[in-house]
Design a binder for this molecule. Structure first.
Ligand SMILES: CC(C)(COP(=O)(O)OP(=O)(O)OC[C@H]1O[C@@H](n2cnc3c(N)ncnc32)[C@H](O)[C@@H]1OP(=O)(O)O)[C@@H](O)C(=O)NCCC(=O)NCCS
Length: 301
């Protein structure tokens, strides 16, 4: 992708995703239109300049598809993948995916992504390319009361804002829980040049962190996560405290299906299911030794 392609890619992400969901009887994911989906190129180019592959129609020069990727020390993540409805079923996504898996193979790294369990087109695309679904998430949304979240656990009181000095401990915790590291993502969240991120941590008694969480208040991507925590009680304390920052809004978050107590707590607070996603990994994978909640911006399973 060149800078000149960015408006076309924002339009493609909006049109392709909305069309897919509407064709399958669901509401559009980006009702705000392409002015909202510019956030992907904005954030991804700030984080990883030059890491977006596009497929161009050789006859017209039109962008047929786009996919972002994020090389990290331990792995490569795959960001949002889209093909224009006029060009689906012709191998465009497979070709872009091959570009990224070839890159990861040269770097000898696994590739990780989050894929919708509703979307057999993308599920097949990834599993045909050697990805294995490793974890299932319930996507939930919650209408956060305008006067704030009630009955927070005591642990939520120990949550504090993250600072750049927390990056080393955030990295150590994610290595312990998920076996991956992405220090520059954490720095990006904490520096918050985009103005819609917030990151918080819950210290442990040994001078490290028991958990950390990030949220995005962007109008097109109001999500809580990623979150990494040693246990479900820590993840819940972080999640409820972070949700409280989104008063009057309806953020989405992805909970691992095994976290049944956490899911029940969120149901009791009015949370609703809206989708299911898989953590998909191509290559080496270690089972999570704790809780890992992904997001779609930036995408990392
Ligand atoms: C998902 C999407 C990217 C696929 O793009 P595409 O260019 O049509 O995909 P391809 O033509 O490369 O096909 C992908 C592969 O899946 C296979 N496939 C599709 N449906 C399948 C099914 N039900 N069972 C098995 N394989 C299937 C195709 O045969 C192809 O494999 P092949 O190249 O080995 O034959 C496109 O539909 C899209 O943009 N959807 C909306 C946005 C979206 O869902 N993005 C993914 C978010 S993670």
């Amino acid at each position: 992708m060149t800078d000149a392609d960015r408006p076309e890619v924002a339009e493609l992400i909006c049109l392709s995703t909305n069309e897919w969901y509407q064709r399958h009887g669901r509401p559009p994911v980006f009702p705000g239109g392409p002015s909202v989906t510019t956030v992907f190129a904005d954030i991804y180019e700030a984080l990883d300049p030059g890491c977006c592959v596009v497929a161009e129609d050789p006859a017209t020069g039109r962008v047929m598809g786009s996919c972002f990727y994020h090389p990290r020390p331990t792995h490569v993540s795959l960001g949002i993948m889209n093909v224009h409805p006029d060009y689906t079923g012709r191998g465009v996504a497979s070709a872009m995916l091959r570009f990224i898996t070839d890159f990861a193979d040269r770097e000898r790294k696994p590739v990780r992504l989050v894929s919708s369990a509703f979307n057999l087109d993308s599920f097949s695309l990834y599993t045909r390319a050697g990805f294995v679904p490793r974890c299932v998430y319930q996507d939930m949304w919650l209408e956060v009361p305008a006067d704030g979240m009630k009955d927070l656990p005591a642990e939520s009181g120990r949550v504090r804002d993250a600072t750049p000095d927390d990056v080393a401990a955030m990295t150590a915790l994610e290595m312990e829980v998920a076996g991956i590291r992405r220090d520059k993502d954490y720095r990006h969240f904490i520096e918050n040049r985009a103005g819609f991120w917030h990151a918080a941590v819950l210290p442990d008694s040994a001078g490290g962190l028991a958990g950390w969480i990030v949220s995005s208040a962007h109008p097109g991507m109001n999500m809580v996560g990623p979150c990494v925590a040693r246990d479900a009680a820590t993840a819940l304390a972080l999640l409820l405290r972070e949700l409280d920052r989104h008063r009057g809004r309806q953020p989405v978050f992805l909970l691992p299906v095994e976290c049944s107590q956490m899911v029940r707590d969120l149901y009791a607070r009015g949370a609703r299911n809206c989708e299911l996603h898989f953590c998909q990994v191509r290559g080496a994978w270690q089972p999570f030794r704790g809780i890992s909640m992904p997001t779609f911006l930036p995408e990392t399973a």
